[in-house]
Design a protein around this ligand. Sequence first.
Ligand code: SAM
Length: 250
Amino acid sequence: MLQNFRLYSQYYDLLYKDKDYALETDYIDQLIKQYKPKSKNVLELGSGTGRHANLFSQNGYHVYGIERSSEMVNIANQSKRENIEFQVSDISAFEVNKQFDIALSLFHVISYLNSNQDLILTFQNVYRYLNKGGLFIFDVWHSAAVHALIPEKRTKQLSNGKISVIRNANPIIYPEQNVVEVNYDIEVTDLKSGTKTVFTEKHPMRHFSKPEIELLAFATQFEILHSEEFLTKAIPSEDTWGVCYILKKI
Ligand SMILES: C[S@@+](CC[C@H](N)C(=O)[O-])C[C@H]1O[C@@H](n2cnc3c(N)ncnc32)[C@H](O)[C@@H]1O
C-alpha cells in the first residue's frame, strides 16, 4: 500500500500554514446550515492533522475523524479539542458504531482514491453511517481544469525560524486513468545546525468530471443537491481546480 504522509506529516502544518482553515470551515458550515440545518454529528474522512475538526468543534459540532496515517492522527491528537475523536483507518474500509448527519472530506481526500472500487466502497461506507437525508460534502480535483491548465513543476518554500522546507512537485500525467501522480522531493534544513534531510513522496490524484460523480452517486444511492467551485461558489469552469459536491443520502 502507498505509504504517503509518513514523513510528510511532520511538515504538513508548516507547508499549509497559510491555508485558511477558518474560512473553509465557515464556508462548509454555511453549506450545512443551508442544506441540512440542525446537524450536529460530523464524520470527517481523511481528517489529517485535525485542523478542520478543531474549528468545527468550536462551532458546536461533534466530529469523528477517519484517517489512514497514524502519524497525522498523532499530530491531530496533540491539539484535539472536546467532542472530537479520531480513528486510524482507511476510508474505504472502516467501521464505527455511530450514525452521522454529515460526512465531510476536505482538501481533495476523495481524489486520493484512484480506483473505482475504492470510490464505491467509500461512498457505500458513507451511506451506511449517514442518517437518512444526511449530506456527504467533499471537494475533488476537476477534470476540465486539469485538461485546460495542465499541472506543471512547482516549488514551495516555507520556514518557521527553526527549519526551512523546500518542496518540489513534479507531476506525471496518466491521461487514461484520470490520474496525476504528484511526486514531491522534499528538503528540510535545520537552520541552527545546517543539517539537511531529503525524502520523496508520491501523491497520485484522480480528477473527476460531474458525470462521473453523478454515476458514483447513482450507484451508491445518493443524489447530487449542488456542485460549485470550492470557496468562491462560482459555477465550475476550466479554471476551477477544486469542485465542491453536496450529496444527499436518498
Ligand atoms: C491533503 S490531506 C488533507 C487532510 C485534511 N483533510 C486537511 O484538510 O488538512 C489528505 C489526507 O487524506 C488522507 N487519506 C488519503 N487517502 C486516505 C484513505 N484511503 N483513507 C484514509 N485517509 C486517507 C491522508 O493520509 C491525508 O491525511
